[in-house]
Design a protein around this ligand. Structure first.
Ligand SMILES: [Zn+2]
Length: 393
């Protein structure tokens, strides 16, 4: 379901003419109610019956809303019931935060009728860009309904025009991603930082106005929703917590500094630390991101210690975020499969020990929704918000 609240940056003024706004209003109502009638839309939106009839005709013709038979009569002719047609449009969503990259076709209710995985191996620079083109092309070809647009969640700092200013893990600097994809496929394209996109998906799943979503994978980043809006910051680089120094004189980070949070708490570095603690001869890069298999290789003690250390460092950083913003809902997307519980415990206790006790009792650290599809759901939500003005709920 969707709600009428829109979040994030203001859509471009040209998209917001009166008719479009009224169409969005009517559509939002259908999303929210599930099953409704023209009269109900008119009553609840304040639009005249004639206007609503006209708008609904356009939504039905456009395949977004369908008529599903007669409702209950209150005297005269029974009204026609209306509901959303979830299959009326699809969104091509792409997640560049994982290796290999992933893509999916997402319907209007968040269903995933088709998914694809990119080629194996770590792709950077021009090779990574070609892989994105290939994924987008495959999704466009496989779509079974008109596409609303292409949504992409990528690591790094993403400008408001959808260009990737800096993504160290992909070796991208000033890549005009949204423009290049839009020109190639002639579709609306939305690009956002992966954690920002994930925060949108998480916000859509929770009835709260403030939340922080923390994504811990190859890198570490947060997406912050304040007063129901994604907070992106001046650069915009809000939530780039992975490069806060947590260890003086620590290891060299991909950003050039030393002792960053990522050097001790990213999943690859947790695995490296576990291998080192176990004192075994294994390549951390070749090990799976699954707790059960890792435990069989490095032992429970080494893995537990590496996860707890990472959680403590992240909790210490999040204490600042909670103290500054007074945000009580922290959702964690930890990509080391099967290790949520020990990681969240370590994060929660380190966080609670560093803030006002009365505040600590209000803070809830939980596992993020959507599992491995979190960024895909967020990328689809971006397109939905921009094109239809509605947010998943
Ligand atoms: Zn760094």
């Amino acid at each position: 379901m969707f709600i009428e609240q829109t979040i994030g940056v203001a859509p471009k003024a040209t998209k917001y003419d009166g008719r479009r706004r009224n169409l969005q209003l009517a559509l939002q109502h259908v999303y929210r109610e599930g099953l409704t009638t023209r009269a109900e839309i008119s009553r609840l939106t304040g639009l005249t019956r004639a206007t609503v009839s006209d708008l609904v005709a356009e939504l039905v013709t456009g395949g977004l809303v369908k008529e599903v038979g007669p409702g209950t009569s209150s005297g005269g002719k029974p009204p026609t019931l209306l509901e959303l047609d979830p299959t009326g449009r699809q969104i091509a969503a792409i997640d560049l935060s994982r290796r290999p990259f992933r893509g999916a076709l997402v319907d209007l209710q968040g269903g995933i009728p088709h998914r694809i995985t990119g080629r194996r191996g770590s792709r950077r620079g021009a090779s990574a860009l070609r892989e994105v083109f290939a994924l987008a092309e495959a999704l466009v070809e496989r779509s079974s309904a008109p596409l609303l647009g292409i949504g992409i969640g990528t690591p790094g700092i993403v400008d408001l025009d959808g260009s990737v200013a800096e993504a160290a893990n992909l070796d991208w600097h000033g890549v005009q991603l949204a423009r290049e994809i839009a020109e190639r496929f002639d579709l609306p394209v939305e690009v956002a930082n992966d954690a920002h996109a994930a925060a949108l998906a998480e916000f859509g799943s929770r009835p709260v106005v403030n939340l922080a979503l923390v994504k811990v994978g190859i890198g570490i980043g947060a997406g912050i929703v304040v007063n129901g809006e994604l907070y992106r910051g001046d650069r915009p680089a809000a939530g780039e917590i992975g490069h806060i120094r947590v260890v003086e004189g620590g290891a060299r980070c991909t950003c050039g500094n030393t002792g960053c949070l990522e050097t001790v708490a990213s999943v690859p570095n947790i695995i490296r630390r576990a291998v080192s603690l176990a004192g075994i001869d294994a390549s951390a890069e070749s090990l799976p991101w699954r707790a059960s298999e890792l435990e069989a290789t490095v032992g429970g003690d080494a893995l537990g210690e590496a996860i707890a250390t990472a959680g403590r460092h992240l909790g210490a950083v999040l204490a600042h975020l909670v103290a500054i913003l007074d945000v009580h809902r922290i959702a964690i997307a930890f990509e080391l499969e099967g290790a949520d519980q020990p990681f969240l415990e370590a994060v929660g206790s380190a966080l609670a020990a560093r803030i006002l006790p009365s505040l600590a009792s209000l803070v809830e650290v939980s596992v993020a929704t959507h599992g491995p599809d979190l960024v895909l759901a967020g990328a689809a939500a971006l397109v939905l918000r921009e094109q239809l003005g509605v947010v998943w709920q």
